[in-house]
Design a protein around this ligand. Sequence first.
Ligand SMILES: NC(=O)c1ccc[n+]([C@@H]2O[C@H](COP(=O)([O-])OP(=O)(O)OC[C@H]3O[C@@H](n4cnc5c(N)ncnc54)[C@H](OP(=O)(O)O)[C@@H]3O)[C@@H](O)[C@H]2O)c1
Length: 324
Amino acid sequence: MTDPTANGPTVGIVGYGEVGSAFAERFRDAGVDVVVLNRSPDALRDRLAGTSIAVADGPIALASETDLVLSCVWPATAVEAAERVAPGLADGQPFLDLNSVGPTTVERVVDVVVDAGGAPLKATIMGSVGARGADVRIPVAGPGRQGTIALLRESGFTVDDAGEDPVTPAAIKTFRSLFTKGLRQLAAETLVPAAAYGVREDVLDDLSGLFDDRPVDEWLRDGLENTPRHAARRLGELAEVSEAVDAAGYRAPTLDATIDLHRHLRDAPPGRSPGDPDEPGDSSDSGAPDEAREADYVAVLEALDPHLAVERESTVDGEHPVDR
Ligand SMILES: NC(=O)c1ccc[n+]([C@@H]2O[C@H](COP(=O)([O-])OP(=O)(O)OC[C@H]3O[C@@H](n4cnc5c(N)ncnc54)[C@H](OP(=O)(O)O)[C@@H]3O)[C@@H](O)[C@H]2O)c1
């Protein structure tokens, strides 16, 4: 770490791409000293000649010359970058991983940093740095995060305090990613066969107003609450959709999963075991309107838990690894 009696902290950034450069410039503009590194330091030195951003001689030097290290590499090199920097970390020196990695990789980075005596922190970048520069929102988590959060805020970053557990921001980003990337799959399944019927632009026009009346979260909650009630009728509609997709010569795995989900919610709505004969949700495939209950969306999600879960290995003490 740098001399604590010197003026202000120095920030080290490993990985000088879109994120690393935008963050380095933001720190520099706020008057914070910045030292950076990628895997071709000579080329980087040429690129940064004449600027006030310094290039470290290596990953260990990067850590030992700075007070805080940011890792902005690639998901595939996040652990490797931590391993290279870790031997230079001082006791309690924060190492903030900003890579788009999932909970399992975060735990590996945390182990590397803790073994070296450093203080592991995790942040996720919520948004596109290409589009918004350093003006993206960054939730930061980990023990002892307050000093780092304060420095980031003083330097002009938009930071949320995401709590003690470094896994939290990674888990939020992971499942946000599942949803937003899944929507792209759904968009492809919808718009490719729609073109075969000559209605691609009409469908897009219609979808553009989908969330005008209600925010997305409300729309999703309502959808989950009323799906058990309407599952039987909607299965009939989905059969028609499936026929149209088949006839156009396409396959739509999300549609197949959607049919499976509706079938499950028809047969086992929240609060009832599959096969219970006297419940109103137990309608046949006739497509008749189903008078089954409307449920709280959490109850629907809980009913879907066993439907979606795979058998998981238990740890020695009987806890699943994600039951943290
Ligand atoms: N850009 C965004 O808008 C955005 C948004 C959310 C999250 N993220 C995440 O932020 C991280 C950085 O993204 P980015 O867009 O800045 O990527 P990028 O532009 O590709 O830059 C990554 C840089 O890391 C360097 N690098 C890779 N492995 C390294 C290692 N082991 N040691 C040192 N340097 C290494 C690479 O340079 P060399 O090959 O020269 O070493 C490269 O310049 C990624 O994990 C990404 O998923 C980015």
